[in-house]
Design a protein around this ligand. Structure first.
Ligand code: SF4
Length: 286
């Protein structure tokens, strides 16, 4: 059984940067170090970091002293103010690409556009983007939702779009096609992250050549879940796992080629472990 490993799977620039910042804070830190929410959507990595002295909290109210690290997704301006009001040190690990999206979102509001955030409701990055875009911001997740908003007269006039960094390009194209005839002026900031696009493109290319696809990453990771969805559209025998131990031999009956990719919050050791597991299964089946 041939095992194809994606070169662009696993930690992206922003995640690696945030983890480096967290480890550096742990080494230098005096007093407790917290992240606001898990630093990335990968339970194994969060546990490891907690052992190194960096633990997540749900709210600024839980922090009495020490350091608070803002994670890659970014936070609303009000959250930064709430953390600063606690009198603790704030370390901003927001991904620079997310920062750009936040700046574009607030610039839309300042310029009088109706800000439309294309992204998942309740995703922390999207919630923060909407907060940066001000009170009029609307979050739209699907074409159907957008069509309803247009039909209800909620979207008109000057409209500006900002995109959740991990969205897929075809989703943006479909929404822009609905928006364009509905408004007087349309400004679209494509704030999708290049890392996500490249990872998705490579994964789809591998999925077309494979009998089975393994996608590794936290089940709470939007990025990994979308990667698995996309691969499944090309290869229905796609499995989303968090850990190599979940891999089952019966998934590979008659398999000649298996492709392995991973979300942006998946550490290299998890990818290596899965590859090792798959090679062992290949040896058994051959
Ligand atoms: S996927 Fe892109 S935007 Fe998100 S953290 Fe990684 S580099 Fe930043």
């Amino acid at each position: 059984m041939k095992v194809l490993i994606a070169e662009r799977g696993g930690y992206c620039y922003g995640v690696q940067r945030a983890l480096d910042i967290a480890h550096e804070a742990a080494e230098q830190g005096s007093g407790p170090i917290h992240t606001l929410g898990p630093i990335i959507h990968n339970p194994g990595v969060v546990e490891k970091l907690a052992r190194a002295g960096v633990s997540p909290v749900d709210s600024p109210d839980e922090v009495e002293e020490g350091t608070v690290i803002l994670r890659t997704h970014g936070v609303a301006p009000a959250v930064i103010e709430a953390v600063e009001a606690r009198g603790v040190k704030v370390v901003d690990a927001t991904c620079p690409y997310v920062k750009v999206a936040q700046e574009k979102a607030s610039s839309l509001a300042r310029a009088g556009y109706l800000p439309v955030i294309l992204g998942e409701h309740d995703h922390p990055e999207v919630t923060a983007l909407a907060a940066h875009a001000g009170e009029r911001a609307m979050v739209i997740e699907s074409v159907r939702e957008l069509e309803e908003a247009v039909a209800g007269g909620k979207i008109k006039g000057k409209v500006g779009v900002v995109v959740q960094t991990t969205q897929a390009g075809d989703n943006l194209a479909a929404l822009a096609a609905v928006l364009a005839p509905a408004c007087r002026e349309l400004l679209v900031y494509n704030t999708m992250c290049n890392a996500t696009q490249k990872c998705q493109e490579e994964a789809l290319s591998l999925a077309r050549r494979a009998d089975v696809v393994i996608v590794i990453g936290g089940r709470n990771s939007a990025n990994t879940t979308r990667l698995a969805q996309l691969c499944r559209e090309v290869q229905p025998r796609t499995y989303h796992i968090e850990d190599a131990e979940e891999i089952q031999q019966e998934w590979f009956d008659g398999t000649e080629t298996v492709a392995v990719t991973a979300g942006a919050s998946t550490p290299p050791e998890q990818i290596e472990s899965a590859a090792h597991h798959l090679r062992a299964i290949g040896d058994v089946l051959s």
